[in-house]
Each structure stands twice: as structure tokens, then as C-alpha cells.
Design a protein around this ligand. Sequence first.
Ligand SMILES: N[C@@H](CCC(=O)N[C@@H](CS)C(=O)NCC(=O)O)C(=O)O
Length: 153
Amino acid sequence: MSSLNNIMDSQVLQAFFTYATVVVLKMMLMSPLTSYFRLTRKVFANLEDTKLASPTVDKKLVRVDPHVERVRRCHQNDLENVILFVLIGLLYSLTGPELSTALLHFRLFTGSRIFHTISYVGALPQPSRFLSFILGLLVTFSMACRVLCTTVL
Ligand SMILES: N[C@@H](CCC(=O)N[C@@H](CS)C(=O)NCC(=O)O)C(=O)O
């Protein structure tokens, strides 16, 4: 129990919890954002959902809209990247990295995912989205290398 307390006292772990929560909260925002676009653009995924916008069930409201699909793809991309960051980041935090190095990793990843969302939802010109995606991927990769170096070597 006392070793668990020692682990929880780690500044790196506390920083990781903070940044992981920020990036997960950002990802959680994508669902309400999708709903916002569905309601304002009257675009629904299921027949029964159309009643949210029209008094009767309306088949015409079940359709695909480019704006809704853009937000959905952005959410999907978060799922492909944020979950890996949370998993690898936790292992990385347990390897005892320098606080400054760990903070650099966590901040770069969080910033890259926020910028990825802005560039995707805002349809900014490429390579803005690509660069933010690759930065986040490299950060996760760097943390994974540290985990493997600590455990294998
Ligand atoms: N699953 C992704 C893998 C590659 C990736 O994540 N690329 C970034 C930078 S171009 C992206 O934002 N892809 C758009 C997307 O996932 O919808 C894809 O199909 O594009």
C-alpha cells in the first residue's frame, strides 16, 4: 500500500493524469459536437431519430452530410490515437522519466490533438492536419521506445 502511495505521489504520474484527462475530455466533446451538427443540419442516422427535428418520422432526414461525416472522422481519428496515448503514457510514466521530459511529451501530444481537431473540423489546408497527427504519433512512439528500453534492455 505504501509503494502504491509512493507511485501516486510521483509528479510525472500526476502530470500524466492531468494531460490524459484533458485529451480524453477533448475526445468526449466530439459526440456532442456530432449531435449539434446533426440537429442544426437536420441529418440523422436512424429513422426514429428524425422525430427530434420533425413531428413525424421523415425518411428524407436520414442521409449523409459532409459536415457530420467530417466530425465523425475526427472522432474516429481521436479513438485511433488518444487511447494509445493513454495506454502507453501510463506505462511510460511508470518508467521514471525526468519530469521535464515527460511534460514535454504530454504537452506536445495534447497540443497536437487539439490542433488536429481544429484543423479537421475547421477544414484547414493540409499539411496542417497531417503535421499535428504525425507529431502526436511521434510522441507516443517516443514514449513506447522508452518503455521498451526500460523493460527489455
Ligand atoms: N485512419 C487514418 C490513418 C492515417 C491518419 O490518421 N492520418 C491523419 C493525417 S492525414 C488524418 O487526419 N486522417 C484522416 C482521418 O483519419 O479521417 C486515415 O485513414 O487517414
